[in-house]
Design a protein around this ligand. Structure first.
Ligand SMILES: [Zn+2]
Length: 398
């Protein structure tokens, strides 16, 4: 396996030969594989910025069936331990930055990674997301008091509660606020087309977040909720299942970013049932999959800014480490060129986090690199099959 190569202004090989101007050394498993004039020593790898998944859940979950998930939810230390493995799988897959849009353990993981205690991608997290009562993260089949008395609380109703909720997350140190602006597929009693939260409630989240320079991400599937979110200043639209023309116009007018998450819907659609997805979720998946793809295609055709995000969570069905599948779907289903799909997972996805030193390779950026032994701009699948080496902050990370 090729580790890296070094281009040198002048190279002396220690053999008593003359020095070589514009030399190159290829290092393979710690040893020199080739050295000489750069023009005679081909670059071994295609190198691109470390990839970004702009929508994941750092949950440590391994189950899809509702009640098995519930038992797992209570085992926080187990989930945190498993998530450390997910972090390594993300790095090995070339993902050196991720945005965790709702989990209880994301904050601790983020800090442990930043301290250098555990290996993992640069992690930006929202902490637990907010929804209204009967919203997407209100677990509908459980007694209400079990949900609304949780700490930290995922349920907020009314402008004051939303404002207080946002401030509580800011107090926890989150990097982004996540709200559920519509129903969803993996929630039992709501409808992805129905909008959640009032204008005043959404504005309360946005005002509090923007005051401290962090963005707001909205889970938004139906056109109504997408438009409410955009009109009230939300920065990124997650999923965008049922975009209409007006919603696409608003995305463009507001310079908002759309994070499609086609990987999750495709996997739920193709294999959800065999992984324990309950019948109501199977029904919702089947009802929305084609519309979701058509919606993203229309947004792409209209020139909407699209950042790659999978919504992977951790179970076998939605495993961290397979995240580059999202890019394949952009090429196969949406019609992007491979280089556009790669841009969606690098420079564009960087626009979803508060820092501007990831996802690009310009002076001052983190030296987060992926070396691929095949050219992903001719076949984007190389990002899942041919990764040679991953560097985070200039250090080998896979
Ligand atoms: Zn999600």
């Amino acid at each position: 396996m090729t580790d890296r190569y070094v281009d040198c202004g002048t190279l002396y090989d220690g053999m008593g030969n003359e020095t070589v101007r514009d030399g190159r050394i290829v290092i393979d498993d710690g040893r020199v594989r080739d050295a000489g004039p750069a023009e005679d020593v081909p670059e071994p790898d295609f190198v691109l910025p470390g990839l970004i998944d702009a929508h994941i859940h750092m949950s440590g979950m391994r189950q899809m069936a509702p009640f098995s998930r519930l038992t797992e939810l209570e085992q926080e230390s187990l989930r945190a331990a498993r998530a450390t493995v997910d972090c390594q799988d993300l790095l090995a897959a070339g993902f050196t930055t991720v945005r965790d849009l709702s989990s209880k353990i994301g904050l601790g993981l983020r800090d442990a990674i930043a301290e250098g205690e555990i290996p993992g991608p640069r992690l930006y997290t929202s902490g637990l997301a907010f929804s209204q009562t009967a919203g997407h993260s209100d677990t509908h089949y459980l007694p209400y008091r079990w949900i609304k008395d949780q700490d930290p609380c995922p349920i907020v109703d009314g402008e004051t509660a939303c404002r207080r909720g946002a401030r509580a997350r800011i107090r926890q140190g989150v990097d982004v606020i996540k709200i559920m602006a519509t129903g969803g597929v993996l929630s039992e009693k709501d409808d992805p087309r129905h909008s959640h939260f009032t204008d005043a409630e959404i504005r309360a989240f946005v005002e509090e977040a923007h005051r401290v320079d962090i963005p707001v991400a909205a889970h938004a599937q139906g056109a109504c909720g997408i438009k409410d979110a955009l009109r009230n200043g939300v920065d990124t639209i997650e999923h965008g299942v049922y975009l209409d023309e007006e919603a696409i116009e608003l995305l463009l007018d507001h310079d908002a970013i759309l994070v499609p998450t086609l990987a999750i819907i495709t996997r739920l659609y193709e294999h959800g049932e065999e992984h324990g997805l309950p019948p109501w979720a199977v029904r919702k998946t089947e009802a929305s999959r084609d519309d979701h793809v058509a919606s993203i295609r229309a947004a792409y055709d209209a020139g909407v800014t699209i950042a790659a995000g999978t919504d992977f969570i951790g179970p076998d069905l939605l495993p961290h480490g397979e995240n580059a599948e999202e890019l394949e779907l952009y090429v196969e289903e949406v019609g992007m060129d491979p280089i556009e799909a790669i841009h969606a997972a690098t420079g564009v996805a960087a626009g979803t986090v508060p820092d501007d030193d990831v996802g690009t390779l310009t002076p001052g950026d983190h030296a987060d690199l992926v070396a691929v032994s095949a050219d992903p701009t001719t076949d984007v699948r190389a990002l899942r099959t041919d990764i040679d080496a991953v560097y985070k902050g200039g250090r080998r990370a896979d």
